[in-house]
Design a protein around this ligand. Structure first.
Ligand SMILES: [Zn+2]
Length: 185
């Protein structure tokens, strides 16, 4: 049995003299056991750092996506709300004259009601045309419910200036159902 002499080599990382048989080759470098452990730990730390960065980036992207989605949903809800509001406005507007139109009312016996309707009619007319009507006939039929024109003869309408007018009940036909406080004559 021949005792071969022990061969030594050098660690490429720390320079320590090590037995050739206990040297470990990593990526073409000869390393001692300690340096292999150190290098491995460094690599693990590096890999963990990269993984954490990727997780953070993924989280941030996810967060931005959610925020964007929430914003889009907010805008969508606003649009739906506005659309619903518009539909309600249109339906309300279309339905408004209906109850009055469908019921036949003798406005000559309901002069305060007629006065309210005429007042609303004058308001709508002036909002549309940016001026007051010269006579009540201009309001009918576009700005008044059916039948209100039959009560015109009980009213005195006068345009005072560009923005004011006087509307008075000048004659009370019958007074079965209404006590009129507006009638001063
Ligand atoms: Zn070493």
């Amino acid at each position: 049995m021949i005792n071969e002499p022990e061969k030594y080599t050098k660690c490429d990382s720390c320079g320590a003299k090590i037995l050739e048989k206990s040297a470990i080759e990593v990526d073409g470098r000869t390393l001692c056991g300690d340096c292999v452990v150190k290098n491995t730990n460094k690599d693990v730390a590096k890999v963990e750092k990269i993984a954490k960065k990727k997780r953070d980036q993924a989280y941030e992207l996810e967060r931005q996506a959610i925020t964007l989605k929430q914003k889009k949903r907010g805008v969508l809800l606003l649009i739906i709300a506005l659309a619903a509001f518009g539909v309600v406005q249109i339906v309300t507007h279309m339905n408004k004259p209906e109850p009055v139109k469908s019921i036949s009312i003798d406005f000559s016996k309901k002069l305060p009601v007629a006065k309210s309707l005429i007042t609303i009619g004058i308001y709508k007319y002036s909002a549309d045309k940016q001026k007051l009507p010269i006579s009540l006939n201009e309001l009918y039929p576009q700005y008044l419910p059916t039948g209100v024109d039959s009560a015109f003869k009980y009213f005195s309408y006068k345009q005072l200036d560009d923005s004011s007018y006087e509307l008075e009940i000048i004659r009370q036909e019958t007074d079965e159902t209404n006590e009129s406080d507006h009638n001063e004559k």
